[in-house]
Design a protein around this ligand. Sequence first.
Ligand SMILES: [Zn+2]
Ligand SMILES: [Zn+2]
Length: 126
Amino acid sequence: MQMLNEINNIIIAPHFKLSEFACPCCNLVMLHPKLLAKLVELRDVLERPVSITSGYRCFEYNQKVGGVANSYHCIGLAADIKVKDINLIELLGYAEEIDFAGIGFYEKKNFLHLDVRPTKRTRWRE
Ligand SMILES: [Zn+2]
Ligand SMILES: [Zn+2]
């Protein structure tokens, strides 16, 4: 059905569409406003596109991609991001300034996991 191509095709903040955060398998989406606000802040300081490589994940999809069982992606509190033409260490510095509660540094795969978990600040590296 043609109309389904437009599902979640809604601008929710400067430079971000809801569809970017949707689960790739089912188009369902949960997104906490605090996560979005911090990503907008990051986009603003970087002055370049922030690609969401994984936003919301339904439980099935999370299992499929090997996410941890209690992943913050499954409750709309996490996003994995890539930014072109910036060193991952430098990107990490900006993310730290914005103070995401959870930051995962994925050196080999060249992305950052960012989340707004309600518990204490957590940092990890893979
Ligand atoms: Zn799904
Ligand atoms: Zn992640």
